[in-house]
Design a protein around this ligand. Sequence first.
Ligand code: ZN
Length: 185
Amino acid sequence: MSLDKLTQNYHEILTNLGEDPQRGGLKGTPQRAAKAMQFLCRGYEQSLDEIVNGALFESDNDEMVIVKDIELYSMCEHHMLPFIGKAHVAYMPTGKVIGLSKVARIVDMYARRLQIQENLTRQIADALQQVTNAAGVAVVIEAKHMCMMMRGVEKQNSSMHTSVMLGAFRSSGTTRQEFLQLITR
Ligand code: ZN
């Protein structure tokens, strides 16, 4: 990602919007906007290996591990506008558990890319499955989309819910229910 090129792009965007990039208030805006966008898309520069960095620990625990209410900030790939919400992630370990902060960092790595919520949910679930070799993985995301709230239908109170259930969470209704109950209370 080239900061210079992105800065030029934002300069052009301002001009094309009918603004004067030279006026006082916009001085430095193209570069600030470029840096902000680089930050919001920094997930492209990260990889699963580097994020997890070996933080897997042997454990006899085979009970469900849940990390809930993980703050989520992403950008929709259709409008390049934010969607904001929470992710709830669970897995059933089979001999290995992952550091808790790593779950949040996996969520972040995929969220900090241009996304649609459905794919984001799937990517988080697949990544956790791949890294932990769990007997099951569940991911639920609830989010509000600025492209829906600020434009288009202008629906301020609707939120979108997506879920992906793998392994035990898919095959066992009891396991799935337990997870869903734990995240809603
Ligand atoms: Zn959108």
